[in-house]
Design a protein around this ligand. Structure first.
Ligand SMILES: Cc1cc2nc3c(=O)[nH]c(=O)nc-3n(C[C@H](O)[C@H](O)[C@H](O)COP(=O)(O)OP(=O)(O)OC[C@H]3O[C@@H](n4cnc5c(N)ncnc54)[C@H](O)[C@@H]3O)c2cc1C
Length: 371
């Protein structure tokens, strides 16, 4: 069994990479060990990311126009826009649909698990597979990365998410002060269902913190189920070697501030697939290409997370108070973009009228040296 490109992992990154490889005329195989798996994801993306993925309407569950931000002490600010700022996607349907598109482009798909490399071939539950290039889209603890000697993402958060019988209509919630080093969220999903979750690097605290949060914010609402997942923060130093490239969670292509992965992977995974199809130097060039595509926003969000981790709870209190300023709310409404925090902060800084508003935050931030 010989393929030009083998992609391990049939999540969104793997399906997009495989489709790009097949479109570049490479004989491509996609391996997914559990195609019926229900991914642990809230499915929130920007309209731009949804466009880039090309999602059809049957994959969209909701349009989001507002975010409600809660401070550690429970102060609430709602930022609302007239236009749609986010879409909630049905993640299982998205994954099935993306794999279908890959298949239509000529990708062969097997339900099989990759176990490792043996004599330069990929050892799978369906036998040895020979390849010219291998794409690891198999998540944070990627077997492909391990076998290729590529490092892991720098930080891994444990995320837990419950499905709760409740309704939030077109609004998502962000709660500070619930998880020690991240935030908690509530994202409306199918009608009458809200996905309520949090992430933290203190894995053992994740479930108890979620339980407390549910009891406080969604007291008495029926909990339909709880799932756990991993969120990589900060890509590894290298995601490419002679015959291997990584993409998606395996490559830490995730927004460090929000944990959202679909925005970055929708740009990076097709680059990984194309690089694998071309082979040779293209694999090394991918390293530069994906960082060029998302590197600026990634670096901004890494710095912002570094600062967020050092903000005391009083500063978060003040931050939420600042968000209540109507002039700032107007900027959020006009330019708020869950994929592009760097552009939003540039817009704010370019308005001298807002400088006095954000001054208290600058006071907190000035206490630390930049990373
Ligand atoms: C609780 C939670 C909420 C989230 N919410 C959002 C959100 O609202 N918006 C957003 O953009 N992102 C969100 N994310 C992040 C997003 O889900 C991920 O970034 C995204 O799923 C990464 O896609 P991927 O294809 O790289 O990996 P995955 O989706 O993890 O897919 C990897 C696939 O590889 C398969 N696999 C693994 N190992 C092997 C093997 N050895 N052989 C064969 N197959 C294998 C797995 O079965 C899996 O299907 C969330 C994550 C979590 C945990």
């Amino acid at each position: 069994m010989k393929f030009e490109v083998v992609v391990v992992g049939g999540g969104p990154a793997g399906a997009l990479a495989a489709r790009a490889a097949a479109k570049a005329r490479a004989k491509t195989l996609l391996l997914e060990r559990s195609p019926k798996r229900i991914p642990c994801c809230a499915g929130l993306v920007s309209p731009r990311t949804a466009d880039r993925l090309g999602v059809p309407s049957h994959v969209v569950l909701r349009e989001i126009r507002a975010v409600r931000v809660f401070s550690p002490q429970g102060r609430v600010v709602e930022l609302r826009a007239d236009e749609v700022k986010g879409l909630v996607l049905d993640r299982p349907r998205l994954d099935w649909w993306l794999r279908e598109k890959a298949q239509e482009s000529g990708v062969e798909i097997w339900t099989a698990e990759a176990r490792g490399l043996e004599g330069g071939k990929l050892c799978t539950t369906k036998g040895l597979v020979d390849f010219e290039a291998l794409v690891g889209a198999d998540g944070v603890y990627s077997v492909v990365a391990r076998e290729a000697g590529l490092p892991r993402p720098r930080e891994v958060l444990v995320a837990v998410q419950a499905e709760v019988r409740a309704e939030l209509k077109d609004t998502v919630e962000v709660h500070f002060g619930v998880a020690p080093d991240f935030f908690a969220w509530a994202v409306p999903g199918k009608e009458g269902i809200v996905k309520v979750g949090l992430a933290t690097s203190f894995g053992r605290q994740a479930m108890p913190k979620l339980r407390d949060f549910l009891a406080k914010r969604f007291r008495g609402q029926e909990i339909l189920g709880v799932r756990a997942g991993l969120i990589p923060v900060g890509p590894p130093e290298r995601v490419a070697s002679d015959r291997v490239v990584l993409t998606g969670n395996a490559a830490g292509q995730v927004k460090p501030l929000t944990g959202g992965g679909l925005a970055f992977l929708s740009r990076c995974a097709p680059l990984a697939g194309k690089a694998a199809a071309f082979g040779g130097n293209a694999l090394q060039e991918y390293e530069e290409a994906w960082r060029k595509a998302v590197g600026e926003e990634l670096a901004f969000q890494e710095r912002a997370r570094w600062l967020f981790l050092r903000l005391p709870s009083e500063a978060l209190e003040e931050l939420v108070q600042i968000l209540a300023n109507p002039k700032l709310a107007e900027v959020f409404s006009d330019f708020g973009d869950i994929d592009n925090f760097s552009a939003l902060s540039a817009k704010i800084l370019r308005r001298p009228g807002l400088w006095t508003t954000i001054l208290p935050l600058a006071r907190w931030l000035s206490q630390w040296e930049a990373p």
